[in-house]
Design a protein around this ligand. Structure first.
Ligand SMILES: Nc1ncnc2c1ncn2[C@@H]1O[C@H](COP(=O)(O)OP(=O)(O)O)[C@@H](O)[C@H]1O
Ligand SMILES: N[C@@H](CCOP(=O)(O)O)C(=O)O
Length: 354
């Protein structure tokens, strides 16, 4: 009898929430859902299919696809040479748009780690799975929120020199682009993650606070949006952000939420000012849509590396989204918008095979 079908469900995330660059993340109600089917052992390569976002552009070769490459990385770190012979197919149904600042790659990384854990029957702890994810996605905000869910703050532990060196391995070595005709020996000894790289805490979240995601119809890769950031910051700008982040992490859990406090606490001087050249209309959206002009709004910022705008609000969602749409329209940018809930973290469960 073959193993039960396994479902892996990973939420979208919005990172930074204004001042918390590379520190805070929020899991949101759009999902990457993977269905993993098993059957009689065979030498055939697993068949990958996609539906939804990115289906027409994502590689379906398991040695090229981000999710299955990560699963293979986890397997090989745990002495499994390849995908198990009873793995028949993987279907990914994806609601998270690519390259928009809603954590599609973070979700794919977490899905890949959970997949590797399932395929190898490894029983990794949640903390250990985070170590694997952080070897691939080096900023913890998206992957931690996608794994554990909610409004989450995280830091990377300072590692001892040996562990630190292991964690600095170039991504191309952690995740080699396996050639499709890769032999058995390819990538057999990948760098195993040090233990306890990432640490996190979940903050309170007021049930009254919803997320309006205003999603421009263009992609911006996170790598490109990180290249425009400076290497150094002034003390003034760092203090500006830290003061706001300290207030924000508690303010978003208070009932009723205070718009005056939150609007100011979602301002940022560490990443948004440098990204405005990549996202026409960004400064006007974040400065002219306010709790005064749009009652119900609490705060507004870039979602992750952009170009999506995240507006946190208690009501008046459509008017807020339409206000942003009008500003982007002046820049000839079309947008879609979605009202999202803050949700729990990733799930992995078995269902009866059919
Ligand atoms: N479900 C997925 N399966 C495979 N690859 C994915 C998936 N989701 C995202 N990716 C890869 O990640 C890229 C987007 O990553 P990134 O630039 O970090 O943007 P985002 O803000 O969406 O995370 C996509 O172009 C694609 O190559
Ligand atoms: N802190 C990162 C977050 C990137 O998030 P993504 O959803 O755009 O991948 C950054 O701001 O670069």
């Amino acid at each position: 009898m073959s193993r039960s079908t396994v479902i892996i469900k990973v939420p979208a995330t919005s990172a930074n929430i204004g001042p918390g660059f590379d520190v805070v993340g929020l899991s949101l109600s759009l999902y990457l859902t993977i269905t993993v089917r098993f059957g009689p052992p065979s030498a055939d390569l697993v068949k990958i299919t996609y539906s939804g976002e990115g289906a027409d552009e994502v590689p379906l070769d398991p040695y090229q696809n981000l999710m299955t490459r990560i699963a293979l990385y986890v397997l090989r770190c745990n002495n499994h040479r390849s995908f198990p012979p009873d793995l028949v197919s993987i279907h990914a149904d994806n609601q998270i748009p690519f390259g928009r600042g809603l954590g599609s790659s973070g979700a794919a990384v977490i899905a890949g780690v959970l997949l590797g854990n399932t395929l190898g029957q490894l029983s990794l702890s949640r903390e250990r799975m985070l170590d694997y994810a952080l070897m691939v996605e080096r900023h913890p905000d998206n992957v931690t929120a996608a794994l554990v869910g909610g409004f989450v703050g995280s830091y990377l532990r300072e590692l001892d020199p040996v562990a630190s060196e292991a964690a600095q391995v170039p991504l191309s070595e952690v995740l080699p682009e396996y050639p499709s005709d890769a032999g058995e020996e390819w990538g057999l000894s990948p760098p195993v993650p040090p233990f306890g790289i990432g640490h996190f805490v979940r903050f309170g979240w007021s049930a009254a606070v919803k997320a309006v995601a205003i999603i421009p119809r263009f992609e911006l890769s996170t790598a490109k949006a990180r290249q425009v950031l400076p290497m150094e910051y002034s003390r003034k700008d760092l203090v500006f952000n830290m003061q706001r982040l300290a207030v924000l992490t508690t303010a978003l859990g208070q009932s009723p939420p205070d718009p005056e406090l939150i609007y100011e606490a979602m301002k940022d001087r560490v990443h948004q000012p440098y990204r405005k050249g990549l996202i026409p209309g960004l400064p006007e959206v974040t400065s002219s849509i306010t709790p005064g002009s749009h009652p119900g709004l609490l705060g507004i910022c870039l979602s992750g590396a952009g170009p999506t705008i995240l507006a946190l609000a208690t009501h008046n969602f459509e008017a807020i989204a339409e206000g942003a749409r009008a500003i982007f329209a002046k820049e000839n940018i079309q947008v879609d918008w979605k009202l999202l809930e803050v949700v729990g973290g990733s799930e992995c469960y078995s269902v009866e095979a059919n």
